[in-house]
Write a protein that binds this ligand. Structure first.
Ligand code: F6R
Length: 665
C-alpha cells in the first residue's frame, strides 16, 4: 500500500523515480508525485490519479528537464487520510519548502501532532497524516522560511492544488542553522542532521510508517525510516536506493539490505548507514535478489495478470524445487526451531488475509489429515482481537505473499507475545513477516505485480502442503517413504497445471458470454470449498460483480433462495475416485440448483461422467489426488474472472480501490 522510491547517486533522480514508480504502481494508484533536489532547489510535482497523469504533467512542464538533480524520491499513493486529490498527493513539504516527505502507513497520533504544530504557527496544506512529519522535521532542523518561498509556491499551497510542478529557482531558501548549513555530518555516518532529526521525529510518531525524506540543502543524502511498514535498500555502485520493494531498483542493482523495525537508514552515494531510533548503529542483513528486471515486466502480455496466470507451472515448480533432502526429509528455508519444538506442537493456527486465507483453508484439510493435529484457520485481522488460546505448544502458520500485510504481521506479533511458535509462508525475501517468525518457507514464485494474487496462491497452497508433510514427518505420523511419495506426486503437479492451462479456452468463451451477468455463485465441498471462495473473490475484485462462494451443502440452509432462472452457478466437483461420498452429494447439489433454473458451470476431472447430465457447461481438469486438486481447479476460476473483467473493459492489473501489499489495518 503506497509505493516509495528514494535515490541518491549520479543519474537523473527524476528518471529513477519515475521508472521505480512504474514498477511500484501496483501498490497504490490514487495519486503519485516526485521530489528532486538539485541546483540548490527542492522541486516537487504531484498529481491525482494514475502515474500517467504525473508523467503528462512533467512532459508538459516548462522545459525538457523540469526537475534536474541526482537526489530524489517518488511516491504512488493508496489514500487513507484525505481523498485522492492533488493536494493530498505526496510528497508533502514543510512551511519553508525545504523539506519533502513521502510516507506509507498511518500515523495514528497525527491529529494531536497537527494541533500542536498549528498552535506553533505551522500552516498545513493537506488533509493527510503525512504532512505533520515535514513540519516536525522543520522544527527539529530549525529552518527559516525564505522570502521567496511563497513566490514560487515552494510550500505547495495553491499551486499544488492544480497538480503543478513546484519549486525552482524562486524557491531558494537560506540554509538551515548550524552544522547542517554545510550539509556536513555532525559526527560520522548515521549522524547527518537530517538523519538525527528524522530519528527524533520518529520517536514522536505512533502507528505504522515508512518515511523517506529529502532536504533542499542536503543533496548528499536521502533518509528513510520504518516501523511496521516495508523499506528495503538497494546498494549500487556509487548510488543507493530506498524502496518499498526491490522491484523499484532491480534494474540498477540486485544487492539489497533489509531494514529492521524502528530503524533509520541514511543513504549516500558511497553507501548507507543504519541506526535504531536511539542512534545506535545496527547491521542490516544483505542479500542478493535472485530474479532480474525482466521478471517484473509484462514480457509481451497485455496484462501482468495474464502473464502471472501462465507462469504458474514454473512458479509452482520453483516453490517445490529442492524440498526433499538427500535423507528424504522436507527442507524449510529458515528454521530457528528445533525438531523437538515441532514435536511439542499440539495445535495449529493458520492466519492470513484474502487469497492467502483461502490457501490456509485448503491447508487445514491437509494438516489435520496428515498430522492429526487440530488446525484452525483465522482471518488475520480478527485473530488477536478475540484473544485466541495460545501457548508455546501452539504453531501459528502465517501466510503472506508480500510478507508485509499489517493484519497478518500484527497476528504474528500477538502470537509471539503469547509464546506461540510462528512459521511464515512468504513470497518476498527480506520482508517483515519472515523476519518476525521462527521458521520460514519461501514460495519463490518471483515478483507478482498484478494486484490479484494468482501464481502466489498456487505457491502458497503447495507450501502449505509441504508444511503439513514436514509436521507429519517431524512428529513421526508419516514415514519418510510416505512423505517422499507425496512430494514426488506434488512435483508432478506443475506439469498438470500446464496441461490444465492449455485447455481453458471454453471458460474464456463462457466468461465473455457472461460479461453482463448480475451475479455468480460458486459452490464446492471439502478443498473445493476454499477454491469456490477464491473464485468468488477473484470475480469480485476484478469484475466488480456480486459473487459468493458457499459450501455446496450449506446452500439449502438459506442461500438457495438466491437462485433464479439463468443465474450462473459454478460448481467445483471433487474427484469421484478419492472422495466418492462427497462426489455423490455434490452431484445432487448441482441438480438442486439446476431444478431452480440456475445455469450450471461444472468443473470436474477427466472421466467423471456422472456430472454430464446436469452440466450446462462442463470444464474438464486432469485427474489428481484430492488434496492436490485445488492446484488445478483454481485455474479455470482465475481465468474466468480475468476474462470476464477484460470483457467488461476493466484493468485487471489495477482494480479500483485496491492495492497490493496492504500495510494498514
Ligand atoms: C486477492 C489478493 C489479496 C491478498 C491479501 C493478502 O487477489 O491478492 O486478497 O491475498 O491482501 O496479501 P498477502 O498475501 O500479501 O498477505
Amino acid at each position: 500500500m503506497c509505493g516509495i522510491i528514494g535515490y541518491v547517486g549520479d543519474q537523473s533522480a527524476l528518471d529513477i523515480a519515475l521508472n521505480g514508480l512504474r514498477r511500484l504502481e501496483y501498490r497504490g494508484y490514487d495519486s503519485s508525485g516526485v521530489a528532486i533536489v538539485g541546483a540548490g532547489a527542492l522541486r516537487t510535482a504531484r498529481r491525482a490519479g494514475k502515474l500517467a497523469n504525473l508523467e503528462k504533467l512533467l512532459a508538459e512542464g516548462p522545459d525538457m528537464d523540469p526537475m534536474p538533480g541526482t537526489t530524489g524520491m517518488g511516491h504512488t499513493r493508496w489514500a487513507t487520510h484525505g481523498g485522492p486529490t492533488d493536494m493530498n498527493a505526496h510528497p508533502h513539504t514543510d512551511c519553508t519548502g525545504a523539506i519533502a516527505v513521502i510516507h506509507n502507513g498511518i500515523i495514528e497520533n497525527f491529529a494531536q501532532l497537527r494541533a500542536e504544530l498549528e498552535a506553533r504557527g505551522h500552516e498545513l496544506a493537506s488533509e493527510t497524516d503525512t504532512e505533520v512529519v515535514a513540519h516536525l522535521l522543520e522544527d527539529e532542523l530549525g529552518s527559516e522560511p525564505s522570502a521567496g518561498a511563497d513566490l514560487a509556491g515552494a510550500n505547495l499551497a495553491g499551486a499544488a492544488a492544480a497538480g503543478a510542478v513546484t519549486g525552482g529557482a524562486g524557491a531558494v531558501v537560506p540554509p538551515v542553522a548550524g552544522a547542517a548549513a554545510a550539509g556536513a555530518s555532525d559526527g560520522g555516518p548515521g549522524t547527518h542532521p537530517l538523519t538525527s532529526a528524522l530519528r527524533r521525529v520518529c520517536l514522536r510518531l505512533e502507528g505504522a510508517f515508512t518515511l523517506v525524506v529529502l532536504h533542499r540543502d542536503f543533496p548528499e543524502v536521502v533518509v528513510g525510516a520504518r516501523r511496521n511498514s516495508p523499506l528495503v535498500v538497494g546498494l549500487g555502485e556509487g548510488e543507493s536506493f530506498l524502496a518499498s520493494d526491490v522491484s523499484a531498483f532491480i534494474a540498477h542493482t540486485r544487492e539489497a539490505l533489509e531494514i529492521g523495525q524502528d530503524q533509520v537508514v541514511e543513504a549516500r552515494r558511497d553507501g548507507v548507514t543504519v541506526t535504531d531510533f536511539a542512534g545506535r548503529i545496527v547491521e542490516g542483513r544483505r542479500y542478493h535478489v535472485d530474479w532480474d528486471a525482466s521478471a517484473a515486466e509484462k514480457g509481451g502480455y497485455p496484462y501482468f495478470m495474464l502473464k502471472e496466470i501462465n507462469e504458474q507451472p514454473s512458479a509452482l515448480a520453483d516453490t517445490l524445487r529442492g524440498r526433499l533432502s538427500a535423507d528424504g526429509a522436507i527442507v524449510l528455508d529458515e528454521e530457528r526451531l528445533s525438531a523437538q519444538d515441532f514435536r511439542d506442537v499440539d495445535k495449529v493456527f493458520i492466519v492470513a488475509c484474502g487469497t492467502a486465507y483461502h490457501a490456509g483453508l485448503i491447508a487445514k484439510y491437509a494438516v489435520e489429515h496428515w498430522t492429526r493435529l487440530p488446525c484452525e484457520v483465522e482471518m488475520a485481522s480478527e485473530f488477536r482481537y478475540r484473544d485466541p488460546v495460545l501457548d508455546r505448544s501452539t504453531l501459528v502458520i502465517a501466510i503472506s505473499q508480500s510478507g508485509e500485510t499489517l493484519d497478518t504481521l500484527m497476528a504474528v506479533k500477538h502470537a509471539r507475545e503469547q509464546k506461540a511458535r510462528v512459521l511464515a509462508i512468504c513470497n518476498t525475501n527480506g520482508s517483515t513477516i519472515p523476519r518476525e517468525s521462527d521458521a520460514v518457507l519461501y514460495t519463490r514464485c518471483g515478483p507478482e505485480v498484478g494486484v490479484a494474487s494468482t501464481k502466489t496462491f498456487l505457491g502458497q497452497v503447495a507450501a502449505c502442503l509441504l508444511v503439513g508433510l514436514f509436521l507429519a514427518q517431524v512428529r513421526g505420523v508419516l514415514y519418510g517413504d510416505e512423505v517422499a511419495a507425496y512430494v514426488e506426486r506434488l512435483q508432478r503437479m506443475p506439469d498438470l497445471v500446464r496441461r490444465t492451462l492449455d485447455r481453458l479456452e471454453p471458460i474464456r468463451e463462457l466468461a465473455r458470454e457472461l460479461a453482463d451477468a448480475k451475479a455468480v455463485l460458486f459452490l464446492g465441498r471439502h478443498v473445493g470449498y476454499p477454491v469456490a471462495l477464491e473464485g468468488a473473490l477473484k470475480l469480485k475484485e476484478l469484475a466488480y460483480m456480486h459473487a459468493e462462494g458457499f459450501p455446496a451443502g450449506e446452500l439449502k440452509h438459506g442461500p438457495i433462495a438466491l437462485i433464479e432462472p439463468g443465474l450462473p452457478v459454478l460448481v467445483v466437483v471433487p474427484s469421484p475416485r478419492g472422495r466418492a461420498n462427497l462426489h455423490g452429494k455434490i452431484v445432487s447439489n448441482i441438480q438442486e440448483v439446476r431444478a431452480r433454473g440456475a445455469r450450471t458451470i461444472v468443473i470436474a476431472e477427466d472421466g467423471d461422467t456422472a456430472v454430464e447430465p446436469y452440466a450446462d457447461h462442463l470444464i474438464r481438469v486432469p485427474e489428481t489426488t484430492s488434496l492436490f486438486a485445488p492446484l488445478v481447479t483454481t485455474l479455470p476460476l482465475q481465468v474466468f474472472a480475468c476474462e470476464l473483467a477484460l470483457a467488461r473493459g476493466l484493468d485487471v492489473d489495477q482494480p479500483r480501490n485496491l492495492a497490493k501489499s496492504v500495510t494498514v489495518e
